[in-house]
Write a protein that binds this ligand. Structure first.
Ligand code: SAH
Length: 344
């Protein structure tokens, strides 16, 4: 169960060793509480007088024996005792998939890793607007810096490794899934080479979720039984166009706005039907989400004004979304009709 209480100006006693309690301290401070600290059960280290009667005791399980009698005394005195997870082992890196940008598409693993982080290195595409609610870690934007220079990949890796070596819990937050065009593999290798423990927390990839945001299922019984995810970062070769056109399933393209004309022309040259439906879904799950639907033969003109980030979908499944939408609209029309009949 989760409970939200306004702690502004309230005395909170955080118990537990400095190392284990450091993130709990930051969380309570961020929540506006007046934080008092006790890092050893015998109270030997208390800096200054502790409040007679704190509003709450936040007990961090630091593995030291001897806390229980103190906590029991607090409970008996009617002071609520909340158990707090200790800051995890320090000096490691978690590569976290942040999903397509909607807070409710973050995994529990991502939420827990963010809670336990000392520093978060995030990119432009990671869902960062609401991160302040989820972490009290230092936030470092490595996707774009003032002056609009991206931080080079090797510098990002160095920042992560250095922070972990300095004993911090590092979260590398990436948009979507870290292993889908996210250079996650390189970042893992950099940590492994530096001897830093590293783990990967999968995320909801935009390759599937952004089409879904537009109502497009990437597979659909009797329509498409496979989907291929392609990077449009660089134009494809003629051979790749031929293979893709021959597959017959759904084609999902990330980073594809810049090379859309080459892709559409290449697939047509490779024999794909110019009437094949195609969708461009821009800014999935974000303000201004927009879907443009056209055909392979007309997409260049239809999508001329489309911008990144966007996911392209090529395949008959685009019609499923249209059919579902028309059905929803038809149902809405029927409801209107029924309402007007009732009124008459
Ligand atoms: N690792 C990411 C992809 C990184 S490549 C993932 O698994 O989703 C970046 C590309 O992802 C963008 O160019 C765009 O094609 C796509 N993308 C990510 N988030 C998106 C969003 N919210 N809306 C539309 N496209 C998105």
């Amino acid at each position: 169960m989760q409970l939200t209480i306004d702690l502004t100006g309230r005395d909170v006693l955080v118990t537990g060793s400095a190392h284990a309690a450091r993130q709990a301290v930051r969380r309570y401070e961020a929540a506006g509480a007046v934080v008092h600290r006790l890092s050893a059960p015998d109270g030997a280290d208390a800096d200054g007088p502790l409040p007679e009667r704190p509003f709450l005791v936040a007990a961090v399980d630091d593995g030291q024996p001897g806390w229980e009698p103190l906590l029991e005394r607090c409970r008996k005195a009617g002071i609520p005792v909340a158990s707090e997870p200790p800051a995890g082992e320090s000096g490691h890196v978690s590569l976290v998939g942040g999903g397509p940008g909607a807070l409710d598409l973050l995994t529990m693993g991502a939420v827990n890793a963010l809670r336990d982080a000392d520093v978060v290195f995030y990119d432009r595409l990671a869902p960062y607007a609401e991160l302040a609610q989820l972490t009290s870690a230092e936030m470092v934007d490595v996707g774009k810096r003032p002056g609009h220079h991206k931080v080079a990949q090797c510098d990002i890796e160095k920042l992560m490794v250095d922070a972990a070596m300095a004993g911090k819990n590092v979260v590398r937050l990436k948009g979507g899934d870290p292993y889908v065009f996210g250079r996650g593999g390189e970042e893992v290798s950099a940590c492994v080479q530096a001897g830093i423990p590293v783990r990967v927390i999968s995320g909801v990839t935009s390759a599937i979720s952004v089409p879904a945001a537009a109502g497009i299922p990437v597979t659909h019984r009797e329509v498409s039984h496979m989907f291929t995810v392609v990077s449009g970062h660089a134009p494809l070769t003629e051979k790749e166009h031929t293979h893709l056109a021959g597959l017959g399933g759904t084609i999902v393209v990330l980073m594809g706005i810049g090379t859309l004309p080459q892709l559409a022309a290449g697939l047509r040259r490779a024999g794909m039907d110019p009437a094949m439906p195609m969708a461009v879904v821009e800014r999935g799950y974000r303000p201004g989400q927009r879907t443009t639907i056209a055909e392979l033969g007309t997409i260049e003109t239809a999508a001329a004004g489309c911008t990144n980030p966007a996911v392209l979908v090529i395949g008959e499944v685009v019609r499923v979304a249209e059919a579902n939408r028309n059905h929803t609209e038809a149902t809405a029309d029927l409801n209107l009709l029924a309402a007007s009949l009732l009124e008459a």
